[in-house]
Design a protein around this ligand. Sequence first.
Ligand SMILES: Nc1ncnc2c1ncn2[C@@H]1O[C@H](COP(=O)(O)OP(=O)(O)OP(=O)(O)O)[C@@H](O)[C@H]1O
Length: 226
Amino acid sequence: MRSGPLVELTAVTKTYPGGVVAVRGVNLDIERGEMVGIVGRSGSGKSTLLHLLGALDLPSAGQVRIDGYDIAGLRDRQLSALRARTIGFVFQQFHLAVGTSVLDNVADGMLYAGAHRTVRQARARETLGRVGLLHRLHHLPHQLSGGERQRVAIARAVIGRPALLLADEPTGNLDTASGNDVMTLLRELHSQGTTIVIITHDPELAAALPRQMTMNDGQLRGGRKR
Ligand SMILES: Nc1ncnc2c1ncn2[C@@H]1O[C@H](COP(=O)(O)OP(=O)(O)OP(=O)(O)O)[C@@H](O)[C@H]1O
């Protein structure tokens, strides 16, 4: 494992074509093993920040380092490899493959590793055990509740044991009880060593996390501790 913060943003700005400045001069360190909430109103720039944290997008100015790598210095293939090895993503809308079993949805989270399907399925089974869904292996996504779907999405995101899990409004489509189950699961993954960043517009949810930051009009409060 490399030393230094897992994610380091220095003076990061993201301007969209058309001129909207979605993220302005953000400095942010996320240490290995942290669990962080980023809270902010709709349009404050949270999703844009998450895309930058996950190297899904490049900054217009400033530097993003992930696991020690300055992402601006990587070729597309190196960037994809870094993402695949290091980062898992969870979204509000689950994004599961329609018509594909729960087991294969999760097994596909390891496609990048080039392992045989039976190996991936064995890992998927083990990971679905961790999220409490061994009784749903052969169901299709549309046969699951929202909370179950999100647990499948989390299993897919962590099957490759990424150092960093980025979750964009992971409870946004769930009722309170299922949302609490998903948060409990994320805490468990955190206690097992995964660094987690959760984007939310829910101040209560963010307040319950070990570290919180606030996004306001593209600016981040609480980003750097030193
Ligand atoms: N692809 C894009 N092109 C142009 N402007 C964009 C694009 N994506 C987002 N924006 C703008 O950037 C600003 C920040 O958007 P972003 O989605 O990051 O906010 P958010 O805090 O995640 O909002 P929400 O909670 O509603 O998802 C908004 O003003 C938005 O309209």
